[in-house]
Design a protein around this ligand. Structure first.
Ligand code: G6P
Length: 360
């Protein structure tokens, strides 16, 4: 295993740094010889014909699903719901007339997700599995598989599989939009290439993120991540990364909802990390930051170029507004990585967790 890690101290850091290459790999895997994006015709047909998509996943893959919903709804105009697999079976929503299920799973072996797949197959519905392991259980048992081409992910905390899942979802939603002749106004291949470059530029500045992580998290027992719109979903994943490997209690919160209760937890020096990558909420998320600062919070704003202001602690390069999660998650992954490292935690094998959970 040490050989595969090469010069990296941890698989997690290696996998974080592989992300730009993974995005480029996904583009080339889904491009035909003329450079056009192509998916299996049957998959495209199923999505076009479905009246509603049901994304089923757990953990980090669920968080990628939340971004998938934004992409399918905003780019492809396809109503989409996202469900945590372990809840779906016991609390099944009313299904539409022509539902299509999309399972997202890095390992393809998660028992909670498989439980849902077995059930919906019994009900006679179709399923696509988006996975990093073709040939896995969820891949074999679904009608169709889409491969995320991220290469083996060894660290328990998922990083490159998450961005790979979102990249595949972005290409897929753009493809469905094109088939429906919706004007999407951007070239997904070009925009994902810009994302890969942005990821690289963040990784190049990892020392700066290490400093931020040390400054804000060195003695904290808890931390909040706040964002609005699509940034909120990224905050959920940022908080999960931090919890998983550093054991700091972290919570991702919608910027506007914080004041309805949770703000009671803010005291002197409570770390609050805010994400500002969305123009339409740039003013309001910054007001939320002011609200917690007034209560003593130790705040840190991570923003996207063009929306940045003087005091922002880290600014990442501009990418398409629906693809910001792919770039914005990199500083969050690195913040978590360094927090765990500085605390002497076992970064690649955190306590109580398994890479894939094959029990319900
Ligand atoms: C486990 C892992 C998580 C992962 C989740 C879903 O709990 O520790 O990192 O996100 O399973 O895994 P999957 O392989 O289905 O994406």
């Amino acid at each position: 295993n040490d050989i595969e890690k090469g010069t990296y101290p941890h698989y997690m850091l290696k996998e974080i740094e592989e992300q730009p290459a993974v995005i480029r790999q996904i583009i080339s895997h889904y491009q035909d010889k003329d450079g056009m994006i192509q998916f299996d015709q049957a998959i495209q047909k199923e999505i076009v014909e479905a009246d509603r998509l049901y994304i089923i996943a757990c953990g980090t893959s669920y968080h990628a699903g939340l971004i998938g919903k934004q992409l399918f709804e905003h780019v492809a105009h396809k109503p989409t719901e996202v469900h945590v697999a372990s809840e779906f079976l016991y609390n099944m929503p009313l299904l539409s007339e022509k539902p299509l299920f999309i399972f997202i799973s890095q390992s393809g072996e998660t028992a909670d997700s498989r439980g849902v797949l077995v059930k919906i197959k019994q009900l006679g519905y179709k399923a696509i599995t988006i996975t990093n392991v073709p040939g896995s259980t969820l891949s074999r048992e679904a009608d169709y598989t889409l491969h995320t081409h991220a290469g083996p992910e060894i660290a328990v905390a998922s990083t490159k599989a998450y961005t790979a899942q979102m990249a595949v979802l972005a290409l897929l939603s753009a493809q469905v939009a094109t088939l429906n002749q919706f004007e999407i106004g951007f070239d997904p291949v070009q925009e994902l290439s810009i994302v890969a470059n942005a990821m690289e530029s963040v990784i190049d500045k990892k020392e700066k993120i290490e400093e931020i992580s040390r400054g804000i998290l060195s003695i904290s027992r808890n931390c909040f991540f706040i964002g609005r719109g699509i940034d909120y979903a990224v905050c959920l994943e940022g908080a999960l990364k931090l919890k998983e490997i550093s054991y700091i209690q972290a919570e991702g919160f919608a910027g506007g909802e914080l004041k309805h209760g949770t703000i009671a937890l803010i005291e002197k020096n409570t770390p609050v990390i805010a994400l500002a990558s969305q123009e339409h909420v740039n003013g309001s998320i910054r007001s939320n930051v002011k609200e917690v600062e007034a209560r003593g919070a130790n705040t840190c704003i991570i923003s996207m170029e063009g929306l940045d202001r003087n005091d922002d602690r880290f600014v990442f390069p501009r990418v398409h507004k629906l693809l910001t999660p792919l770039a914005a998650i990199i500083p969050f992954q690195l913040i978590a990585y360094y927090a765990a490292l500085h605390r002497g935690c076992d970064v690649d094998k955190p306590r109580n967790l398994a890479k894939s959970v094959t029990v319900e």
